[in-house]
Ligand binder design. Sequence first.
Ligand SMILES: *Cc1c(COP(=O)(O)O)cnc(C)c1O
Length: 450
Amino acid sequence: MAVETRAQAAGAAAERRDRAVRAAVEQGLIDEGSPLVCLLDVAGIRASAAALTSAFTEALAPGTPVLHAFAVKAAPLVPVLRLLADAGIGCEVASPGELALARAAGVAPHRTVLDSPAKTAAELRDALALGIAVNADNRQELERLDALVAAAPTSSPIGVRINPQTGAGAIDALSTATATSKFGIALRDPGAREWLVRAYLDRPWLTRLHTHSGSQGVPLPLIAEGVRELRALAEEINAAAGRRQVDTLDIGGGLPVNFASDEETPTYAQYAAALREAVPGLFDGSYGLVTEFGRSLLAKHGLVLSRVEYTKATGGRPIALTHAGVQLATRTVYAPAAWPLRILPYDAKGNPLTGPPVAQDVAGPACFAGDLLAAARELPLLSPGDLVAVPDTGAYFFTAHYGYNSLPRPAIHGFTVTPAGGVRFTLARPAQSLSDITAEAGAALRDALL
Ligand SMILES: *Cc1c(COP(=O)(O)O)cnc(C)c1O
């Protein structure tokens, strides 16, 4: 079988997207009455899951246990978790809500990992009762776990999250391995290493170590350095214990995503190669592995599609007013330099729009001036009824809705291109209705404040 190159895969993904946009118009998913819809490329998600699995299978000594746990916060949708589970991927959860989603998707407790810096005693008790893997964030949480483990036996593998303090990537807000990050136990603080080794020797049930150096913007060598620190600490603990007490390393997620084109780069294979180089022995089978990728599994496979409602020119700048804005792309609107998104223009029939590029603003529907998906972007001049597609939004964008202006959560449809070239859509999340919005806004409590 011919191996598909990265460029060929990108071309195939773009072709599926173009077909889906045209089909969304033809099948009435988007029209005057419902001007905004979100799409997920099912084949793309499966391809990413397969790329992740095979990159680690190829790198690891045969028979080494490995669990790839999807970071649920990246796309908290039950059908997505179910699809990933079907592709062999478990769940990393960080709240009771995310755990409920994983369970609703049928993800087994032994394929679920609970991380979060602020777990309540009840959350911990529930996780231990279910046998879900737990990574403790801090010393006080470890003390809570002492009491819970003593009170009831558990099959949960338990670890501690380490902050290797290896430094920040390009986006401060997403860098979790800084000197003063809120996450985990800092490894380089005075006395911390000795304290950690002692903590493991005192707790034979601590069998894992966890780290996650950050999301988007942390370069591979920096992520790999954090993993190297993790393995070195595991070796130190095991030497002090005189046995293989730490048997599993949870290396987190954080593979960055390319938002500039359809190419999926860096790849999981490149990440595995970077790890092999920086952390000799990581794949030799002496430790089982857990990974927690989020963005890199889903981002490239999501698309926001909005009609252009109006166009105008203000101060000489053409502006297209669309229905896609801060509610779907919160990070881009508030931090445009860190989170640039591509805008792909289509005509009203869903065919790619052509024409000479004109610098124009692509604005959302929200009532504040900053609600722009792109400023002075060179695009063929948009007209009312045209469509704008915003690719690479499958993780942390439309699944992390921001309820400003009571703008509803739009419907999400998965799509599959059939061998005959048709497009089949399946609803993955219904649109939020006006009655949903009023109910969530306390309609049943109308007189409560009188
Ligand atoms: C957010 C998060 C992840 C996933 O990060 P991505 O950048 O989406 O891969 C993994 N592990 C932990 C602990 C996280 O907080």
